[in-house]
Design a protein around this ligand. Structure first.
Ligand code: CTP
Length: 412
């Protein structure tokens, strides 16, 4: 089932000097797992070649409305329907005028008129053109019709003039695309429970056992779920992060406190256990600081043998994921993480069965995932394994929120 949640856009490249930036845009989108199919207008083809665009999209380039082969393979109606969003970059005065007035005399304008998807335009034109009355009128009309815009920016233009008209930079367009693709409101009415961070297991009042978890991935997931409209509770171990807006935060320290907080937060529709729960805790947490013995032996082993350094006996913590997966109030969708250093996917598949989770998000933690901003994960579900590209933790959160929405909607 690889690729079910792959997001895709249809990019229309109009004729303008900024068309070269669209090549960069395709690359940046691919890095984020967003697939691009492209229409190149005949004016656009004066600035970038179909070959370079095709090499970057990994697909053929569509340009001719009356091509029998194109229509047979992927008709112009299907072209716009198979994408999640239509992006026009650069959006020329001509393309804006055509859509604002319902003209359809080539593949780009016909597709724009026939689409049932949102349209995002990144205008690029000379400053006087941009400020002309007809372009202003067309823009106002397009905005009224629900077309989204990114840019143009102020700056020096290829024609030597200065002012608004420069196409937005590729990364600004990527951000606008991510926003337009976001699942705003898709999780309205859904109750989400997310755990994050490490747990701390006290040895005595000043010492504890813990791990390297920063909590960033769990916080990003809670943030994405809340943004998508879910009523989100975040049960967090000790971390130094600002809580995301709109989530209900429950702070805990130990694994047993985390379990109790999660149980108190039920019922929930979806559980995401992103916390790195300590598997063991000291059998007894001393009430006062354990003192070092005065006459310390030469080596630790003999010290232990002579009973002069404390031997900490560990006992197992409750498995929160397994407990909640078997709970009378089990959430409809139970998602766990698998932090692995070896055989990442195989271990995750086994963990999914052992813990009774519906999905496991597996990541390789042998690198510097802990505390870092990026993550490369695999989603192990009932229908197989999806390998997600390397993304920021926020992007992982957004994509997971989209997948959760898809799943819960499908099951509703
Ligand atoms: N987990 C949990 N309670 C525990 C330990 C882990 O709920 N006591 C959850 C984690 O939040 C995560 C999943 O179980 O969602 C897997 O955690 P991981 O540390 O990878 O697995 P372990 O159970 O510790 O298994 P192992 O150490 O054998 O890899």
């Amino acid at each position: 089932m690889r690729g079910l949640s792959v997001r895709s856009i249809l990019l229309i490249v109009g004729g303008g000097i900024a068309a070269y930036k669209s090549l960069e845009l395709v690359r940046r989108l691919a890095e984020r797992g967003i697939r691009t199919r492209a229409i190149l207008t005949s004016a656009g083809a004066e600035f970038v070649t179909p070959l370079s665009l095709s090499a970057l999209t990994g697909d053929k380039i569509y340009s001719d409305l009356f091509s029998l082969t194109d229509e047979a393979e992927m008709g112009h109606i299907q072209l716009s329907r198979s994408a999640d969003l239509v992006v026009v970059a650069p959006a020329t005065a001509d393309l804006m005028a055509k859509l604002a007035n319902g003209l359809a005399n080539d593949l780009a304008s016909t597709t724009l008129l026939a689409t049932d998807k949102k349209v995002l335009m990144a205008p690029a034109m000379n400053v006087r053109m941009w400020e002309s009355a007809p372009v202003k009128r067309n823009r106002a009309q397009l905005e009224k019709d629900g077309v989204l815009f990114v840019g143009p920016n102020d700056g020096e233009m290829a024609c030597g003039e200065f002012g608004p008209g420069r196409m937005a930079e590729p990364l600004e367009i990527v951000a606008a695309i991510e926003k337009a693709l976001a699942v705003d409101g898709a999780l309205k009415g859904v109750r989400a429970l997310v755990t994050a961070g490490p747990t701390r297991e006290p040895v005595d009042p000043v010492r504890f056992l813990a791990n390297h978890s920063s909590g960033k991935q769990g916080y990003a997931i809670a943030e994405a779920l809340a943004r998508a409209g879910a009523d989100t509770t975040l049960v967090s171990g000790p971390v130094s992060l600002t809580p995301p807006q709109g989530v209900k935060l429950m702070r805990v320290t130990t694994a047993r406190e985390m379990l109790a907080a999660c149980e108190a937060a039920l019922p929930a529709d979806v559980l995401v256990m992103a916390a790195a729960v300590a598997d063991w805790r000291p059998d007894i947490a001393a009430n006062s600081k354990i003192k070092k013995s005065a006459d310390r032996p030469q080596d630790a082993r003999s010290a232990a043998e002579e009973n002069r350094v404390p031997l900490i006996k560990l006992v197992e913590n409750p498995d929160i994921l397994a407990t909640l997966a078997a709970h009378a109030a089990r959430p409809r969708l139970v998602i766990g993480f698998a932090a692995e250093t070896d055989d990442v996917v195989a271990n995750a598949v086994a963990k999914r069965g052992r813990k009774g989770a519906d999905w496991i998000i597996a990541n390789d933690v042998s690198g510097d995932v802990f505390g870092g901003a990026r993550n490369q994960v695999h989603l192990v579900s009932e229908s197989g394994v999806e390998d997600w590209p390397d993304m920021t933790k926020s992007e992982v959160g957004a994509r997971l929120a989209a997948r959760i929405a898809e799943k819960l909607k499908g099951a509703a």
